[in-house]
Ligand binder design. Sequence first.
Ligand code: BTN
Length: 234
Amino acid sequence: MKIYHFNQVSSTNDVAKEIALLRNLQSKFLIFQEKCPAFFHEMKGERDFVVVSDEQTKGKGRMSREWLSPIGGLYFSVVTKKNPLLPLISGVSVASSLKNFGLNPVLKWPNDVMIKNKKISGVLIECFKDYCVVGIGVNINVSPLKIATSIKQETGKNISKDEVLKNILKNFEECSEENVLDEYKKLSSTIGKKVKIKTVNKVIDGKAVDVDEHGRLVLESGEKIVSGDVIHLR
Ligand code: BTN
């Protein structure tokens, strides 16, 4: 995957979306094909690409929250074609990578990566016409919030952001669509718990019993939750 690296951006998700729009536009101009075949090739090339930045000034979290993004963290977005399994693939890819760096993470639905009840990584997926931007933030050597943790805090080691990025992208690309749901369920700390879920328009109490192939949380009542914030009750 091609990687565009920046020192500072507003949000890698926003920059990735702009690059995707530009690529799309440019590949439509026939003149490019004639006059600049090499450039056209590059533009038309592999659709999947990555935008990574050392810091973000307007990092975005789920449910319109802010994602604090100081230097020392890993902030990147993968542009890829639409796929209903993306929420599962991204959570599993990050959690598996953290295992490779000696940690023991679990996934709090939908895909908050947690270590001992503290968040170490989050995923924000935004989808457009035919592609999605998968934004991933990992606390590597800094943990901007008291309620969060970082790889450094957990292992006592300074880890290279590039190594973590490479490892997550490898998992992302190699993730088996057949096994990802099972992998996700094994990592889930939400399944089996009583939960309170805040969705955009209501609060639901129930027991989480499963996650389906679209990444929806299935409650004992049969209700399937598409998105929301979960509190584990026990
Ligand atoms: C969450 O709320 O848990 C999701 C956080 C996602 C943060 C990442 S950092 C890279 C990408 N760019 C953003 O603005 N957000 C995502």
